[in-house]
Design a protein around this ligand. Structure first.
Ligand code: CTP
Length: 403
C-alpha cells in the first residue's frame, strides 16, 4: 500500500505535448489507491482526450465552469473541487499556466480551482529548453514556490522540438515517487523504525498438535498499519493468523513459537525506535515436543510444561533508545496489575484491556483500553474499533517521544 492510498488527488492538465504522459500518471495514482479527478484546460484537449482521462480516473473530467451538453446544465464548482482535493497536481504545467498561477489570473476552471484550493499543490513544468531557461520562467517558478507550491523539477532529455535540454516533464513514475516521498517526509514517524509483535504463538506437543490461544492478531496488525501510515518502517513479527497486510513500509516476519518470536524480536530490536508487544505469547510450552505423534494409551495423560521466555521483559532489560510498549489483559485489580507489569518489564507505556469490558480483547474488531505511562498517568478510552485504538496508542507514543 502506498501513502497515496485513499488520498483525493486532483490532476490538472494543461496544453503541452507531455499531456499524453498524464494518462499514465492518472493510471499510476489509481494503482496507488488514490481517488482521482481530472481538470483539463480547454487547449489541453488537443493533446489528450477527456475520454482517455475519464476512463482511467473512473470519474468525469472537468474543463469548463458548467457542462453545456447536459439537459440540466451543471455547474462545476471549483471551490468544491478544491476542498475535495488532498493534493492538486498540475502535470504538465506549461509556461502559460504557470505564469497565470503566479499572477492570479483566473480564466479557466483549473486556475479558479488552483486559487481556491487549500490542499498541497504540486506542479511539473513541461516546456522547451529556452522557455524553461528564460528569466521570466525562472521568476515564475520561484514565485510559485514562495507561495508554498511544490515543484517537481523538469528533466533533461530530448524535447518535442527535437532539441535536447532541460524542460521535459518528469516521468509519471518519478512524479509519483516524488509526491510519495514528500508526503512521507511530513509524517511524524518518518525515518523511525517500529517493531510490533502480534498474534498467538503455537507451542508444539508433537508433529501434529500444539498449544495455542484465541488471539486473532488484529490489534497488532492495526498497530502496524497505523505506524506505516504515520511514515514508520515497520517490522511486524506475527504468530499464525488470518490477518493480511500489504504495505511498502511493513516487513512481515512470520513465526510460530514463542522461541521463534523471541529470536526474530532480538534480530531487529537493537535498531528500532519504538517496540510494541501486542502478541499473546504462550507463557508455558511442553518441556519436550515429541518427534513422533503421541499415541493414545491411558485414560489420562499429563504434559510437563516449562516457562517460555518473556519477550517483552527481555526487551525491557536490554532497551536503550527504544520506547517500549506492552499490553496487559487483566481480569482483576486491573490498574494495579498493569502498573506492576509496566515497572517489572521496564516499559514506557502499558495498554490495559480488561476482560470485564464487553467488546474488548481477543477476537473482537473493537477494543476498550486504558493507557498508563511511567508517571502512572492513566487515560481511559471508550470502546472503539481496533483501527482507532491503534491511532490513540500512537498519539500517546508520539506525545512522549521526539517523533
Ligand atoms: N509477553 C511477551 N512474552 C511472553 C509473555 C508476554 O512478550 N512470554 C508480553 C505480551 O505481548 C504483553 C505483555 O507481555 O505485551 C503482557 O503479557 P501477559 O501475559 O498479560 O502478562 P504476564 O507478564 O505474562 O503476566 P500474567 O500472566 O501474570 O498476567
Amino acid at each position: 500500500m502506498s501513502v497515496l492510498s485513499g488520498k483525493n488527488v486532483l490532476v490538472g492538465v494543461t496544453a503541452g505535448i507531455a499531456a499524453y504522459k498524464t494518462a499514465n500518471l492518472v493510471r499510476l495514482f489509481i494503482k496507488a489507491g488514490a481517488n482521482v479527478q481530472v481538470i483539463m484546460t480547454p487547449a489541453s484537449k488537443d493533446f489528450v482526450t477527456p475520454l482517455t482521462l475519464s476512463t482511467l480516473s473512473k470519474n468525469p473530467v472537468h474543463s469548463t465552469f458548467y457542462n453545456k451538453d447536459e439537459e440540466n446544465e451543471l455547474w462545476n464548482n471549483h471551490v468544491e473541487l478544491g476542498l475535495w482535493a488532498d493534493l492538486l497536481v498540475v502535470a504538465p504545467a506549461t509556461a502559460n499556466t504557470l505564469s497565470k498561477m503566479a499572477n492570479g489570473t483566473c480564466d479557466n476552471l483549473l486556475l479558479a480551482t488552483y486559487l481556491s484550493a487549500k490542499s498541497t499543490v504540486y506542479f511539473a513544468p513541461a516546456m522547451d529548453l529556452d522557455m524553461y531557461k528564460h528569466p521570466s520562467t525562472k521568476n515564475t517558478l520561484e514565485k510559485l514556490q514562495e507561495f508554498g507550491n511544490i515543484m517537481i523539477p523538469a528533466e533533461s532529455g530530448e524535447l518535442a522540438s527535437g532539441l535536447v535540454g532541460e524542460g521535459r516533464m518528469a516521468e509519471p513514475s518519478t512524479i509519483i515517487s516524488f509526491i510519495e516521498q514528500d508526503i512521507l517526509s511530513g509524517l511524524p514517524l518518518n525515518g523511525k523504525k517500529v517493531l510490533i509483535t502480534a498474534g498467538p504463538t503455537y507451542e508444539a506437543i508433537d508433529p501434529v498438535r500444539f498449544i495455542g490461544n484465541h488471539s486473532s492478531g488484529k490489534m497488532g496488525f492495526e498497530l502496524a498499519k497505523c505506524a506505516a501510515n504515520l511514515g514508520a518502517n515497520v517490522y511486524l513479527i506475527t504468530g499464525p493468523t488470518n490477518e493480511k497486510v500489504q504495505h511498502t513500509l511493513i516487513k512481515v516476519i512470520d513465526v510460530i513459537s514463542a522461541q521463534d518470536m523471541y529470536n526474530a524480536t532480538h534480530t531487529y530490536f537493537a535498531e528500532v525506535d519504538i517496540a510494541i508487544a501486542a502478541a499473546a505469547v504462550a507463557d508455558y510450552k511442553p518441556l519436550k515436543a515429541e518427534n513422533q505423534k503421541i499415541k493414545k494409551k491411558n485414560d489420562a495423560m499429563s504434559l510437563e510444561m516449562i516457562k517460555t521466555k518473556d519477550i517483552l521483559a527481555s526487551m525491557g532489560a536490554s532497551k536503550e533508545q527504544q520506547f517500549l510498549v506492552g499490553f496487559a489483559l487483566e481480569t482483576t485489580n486491573e490498574i494495579e496489575n498493569a502498573t506492576g507489569k509496566l515497572e517489572r518489564k521496564n516499559l514506557d507505556l502499558i495498554v490495559l484491556n480488561s476482560l470485564q469490558d464487553k467488546g474488548a480483547g481477543f477476537k473482537n474488531t473493537t477494543n476498550k483500553v486504558t493507557i498508563i505511562d511511567k508517571s502512572k498517568d492513566q487515560i481511559a478510552f471508550t470502546l472503539k474499533s481496533k483501527t482507532e485504538v491503534a491511532s490513540d496508542i500512537f498519539n500517546e507514543i508520539i506525545k512522549r517521544t521526539n517523533a
